[in-house]
Design a binder for this molecule. Structure first.
Ligand SMILES: Nc1nc2c(ncn2[C@@H]2O[C@H](COP(=O)(O)OP(=O)(O)OP(=O)(O)O)[C@@H](O)[C@H]2O)c(=O)[nH]1
Ligand code: SF4
Ligand SMILES: [Mg+2]
Length: 415
């Protein structure tokens, strides 16, 4: 079942919200009137938007009115804000107090909403005020915008195009493992050590196993003893060979813990595809934007002494002795880039809390414990500051050489 995309129109009283609603829906659904506060409650219109599909559009009462009328009324707008997928923030750039708009942006950011700013020009001469208005509202500059006149029907098409070009729809489904074919075997390489908690797989491992099974294919798990494999123990290699060579039909691909890439790059047979759980996860959580993380790794080639790198983990899991984010990745970074500075962010909203611009690269975990809206919001914030981002799996593969990186990305191309 396709769910309706929910678009909420927010802004100050008399900024032209109801006029924008009418422009979008091409009908007089909302009462438009010069009296401030004409729309006293949220008005809902169901519409079919060409290129997007069924949408529910909410025209809300002015946010400044909500502020004046106290908590109870304000809750109505917050409820609408919570419900919607896309915030259309209508700004009349000829006004001067942007506190209501600032509250909308701050609340929308807390909720990881997508925002498009609509500057509604009552007079063409207001156009020159747009940059100043934008500058008055913290973080607004990083969102897409359109400048229009809500009463001019000629702006309907540009408005729709701005929405279609910038909004990631609710129904955009990204396959976890798009290359999986029914009836084929897939290997999950899951090294465990004494500190691996018993009772369940990690979320990416469990998700991969479930996905493969659901798609009528066969997941087969292998517990690699990384310590022995790294020590060159022939018994460990023989155990792997025995495993990998005893399928009646050759497995199609290996999905490995990224930490085992130093071993897997040599042990994975050439006729099998190879990728990692972390790469799978970041592609899924970012809604198919793996290529941005792959491009990000190239920032390593331009590092200079004294540059800062941020290692970011989306959750605060308990850290084990050989933790990937705090021990293994820093160790590799120090080895290959001895004069760079490494910072960490765990779980918290690093884009708001840190001076993000001074980082030359962000290396992000798989992001399995945050929502995809949050992951997409992080990407948007980083994009707007021009800071490249990559991922644990991509980094650890790249550390084994460009050929290895190319190999782990190959399964994701063309899907
Ligand atoms: N000239 C001009 N007038 C506009 C424009 N947009 C809206 N108006 C007029 O401004 C007044 C307020 O517009 P509305 O669309 O009702 O504004 P609103 O934000 O819904 O207002 P409330 O519901 O009262 O908060 C109406 O008289 C509109 O005709 C515009 O782009 N240009
Ligand atoms: S959110 Fe990141 S750090 Fe937390 S478990 Fe998932 S991949 Fe690991
Ligand atoms: Mg209105």
């Amino acid at each position: 079942m396709t769910e309706r995309d929910i678009i909420g129109i927010f802004g100050k009283m008399n900024s032209g919200k109801s006029s924008l609603m009418n422009l979008l829906t091409q009908q007089e659904t909302s009462i438009v009137d010069p009296t401030p506060g004409t729309t006293t409650d949220t008005k809902i219109t169901l519409a079919e938007i060409h290129g997007l599909g069924p949408a529910k559009i909410m025209d809300t009462a002015g946010f400044d009115e909500q502020l004046q009328l106290g908590d109870k009324k304000r809750k109505k707008s917050i409820a609408a804000l919570k419900e919607c997928d896309l915030v259309l923030l209508v700004i009349d750039p000829s006004t001067s107090d942007f506190e209501p708009e600032q509250s909308i942006v701050s609340e929308a950011r807390k909720l990881d909403k997508q925002i498009i700013t609509v500057y509604n020009l009552f007079r063409e001469s207001d156009r020159k005020n747009v940059p100043e208005s934008e500058g008055m509202i913290d973080k607004l500059g990083s969102y897409p915008k359109i400048i229009l006149n809500a009463l001019d029907i000629g702006y309907r098409q540009p408005l729709l195009e701005t929405v279609l070009n910038n909004y990631i729809p609710r129904n955009l489904t990204v396959e976890l493992l798009p290359f999986v074919e029914p009836g084929e075997f897939y290997i999950l390489n899951i090294p465990m050590d004494e500190e691996t908690p018993p009772g369940r797989y990690l979320r990416p491992q469990a998700m991969a196993e479930e996905y493969i099974t659901r798609h009528w294919a066969f997941p087969v798990s292998y517990r690699m003893n990384l310590t022995k494999a790294r020590a060159g123990d022939p018994a460990e290699r023989a155990r792997w060979n025995d495993f990998i060579n005893n399928f009646t039909r050759r497995p199609k691909a290996i999905i490995t813990d990224s930490q085992a890439m130093d071993i897997m790059k040599d042990w994975a047979p050439d006729d099998m595809a190879l990728t990692t759980f972390s790469i799978m996860m970041i592609n899924y959580m970012s809604r198919g934007r793996l290529s941005e993380f792959v491009n990000g790794i190239m920032a390593l080639n331009t590092l200079k002494p004294g540059d800062h790198i941020l290692i970011a983990e989306a959750c605060n899991h308990s850290r084990i002795k050989e933790d990937i984010g705090t021990v293994q990745i820093p160790k590799l970074l120090r080895k290959f880039y001895p004069d760079i500075l490494i910072d960490h962010a765990f779980g918290r909203e690093f884009v708001d809390d840190l001076d993000i611009q001074h980082f030359k690269l962000v290396i992000h975990c798989g992001g399995c414990m945050i929502s995809n809206q949050r992951m997409v919001a992080r990407l948007r914030d980083l994009n707007s500051t021009g800071v490249p981002i990559t991922n644990y799996g991509i980094f650890l593969s790249f550390m084994q050489g460009e050929k290895t990186l190319e190999r782990v990305i190959r399964p994701w191309i063309n899907y």
